[in-house]
Design a binder for this molecule. Structure first.
Ligand code: DGL
Length: 268
């Protein structure tokens, strides 16, 4: 029997399900405790202080539920809160920014990498900073896409609205000659068919979840704890029905366990 430790995963809403899908592929026996902060979605326009406070409260909740590793499956909080969280909590906490950058740096052929993300992530310049720290020889072009999260949260990922927004957001990146695009928000992989159709086959679209979960697997294997095999639990701060309905649609009409609403003390 395979052994796994409980993995806490959080995001502002359904976006982290793209990371859960990767966990299910790479660590099918993994136990997941998911938190979607649907009372506060979208995170993109929120301040650094707010994002750190939300991420902190959510991590404490996941630890109280028994998580022994946490995946910050939100680029916006990974960009601004990860250092704080790693400093504060003793468990391993994995973000999504560095894995995405790592994958893009290894895949680009012309060194021109686009990043589409929330306003908070683009404003943080986290990808550019990390690239500089790594000494990576890449030119990064960022583009905030504020319309995407509401589109994904309402499940309209193949709508005309999604297509029009994507065309507008991708144009400057295409003009900049990118050959690789980082999906710098965990909601965006649900838009991959639309994005790839506009970009064409010559642009590589990078979903950071793949590399994130590769790194998670190493951590989980090293902890080597027993737990309930493969069980998933879902919690949200807003109303659970919408998350349940849209989440199931986005993951290909598969069933999610019953999503539970929890009320946390957000300090506001
Ligand atoms: N999915 C999150 C991210 O990766 C947050 C999006 C949002 O709520 O604006 O940035």
């Amino acid at each position: 029997m395979t052994k796994q430790c409980p993995v806490g995963v959080f995001d502002s809403g359904v976006g982290g399900l793209t990371v859960v899908q990767q966990i299910s592929q790479q660590i099918p026996e993994g136990r997941i405790i998911y938190f979607g902060d649907t009372a506060h979605v979208p995170y993109g326009a929120r301040s650094r202080e707010e994002l750190i406070r939300f991420a902190d409260i959510i991590c404490q909740f996941l630890l109280d539920q028994g998580a022994e590793v946490i995946v910050d499956a939100c680029n916006s909080t990974s960009a601004v809160a990860l250092d704080f969280l790693k400093e504060k909590y003793a468990v391993p906490i994995i973000g999504v920014i560095e894995p995405g950058l790592e994958a893009a740096v290894s895949q680009t052929r012309n060194g021109r990498v686009g990043v589409i993300a929330t306003e908070a992530t683009i404003k943080s310049a986290a990808h550019k900073d990390k690239a500089q720290i790594r000494g990576a020889d890449v030119f990064i072009v960022g583009q905030a896409c504020p319309l995407f999260v509401p589109i994904v949260e309402s499940g309209k990922v193949t709508s005309q609205e999604a297509y029009m927004a994507a065309k507008k957001y991708l144009e400057p990146l295409q003009k900049a000659g990118i050959d690789t695009l980082i999906l710098g928000c965990t909601h965006y992989p649900f838009l991959t068919p639309v994005l790839q159709e506009i970009l064409g086959p010559d642009v590589t679209v990078v979903d950071p979840a793949v590399e994130t979960v590769r790194q998670l697997k190493k951590v989980v294997d090293s902890i080597n704890k027993y737990d309930i095999i493969g069980s998933h639990e879902y919690f949200v701060s807003g109303e659970p029905e919408m998350f349940q309905q849209v989440g199931e649609k986005l993951i290909g009409h598969q069933k999610l366990p019953k999503v539970k609403q929890v009320s946390l003390n957000w300090g506001d």
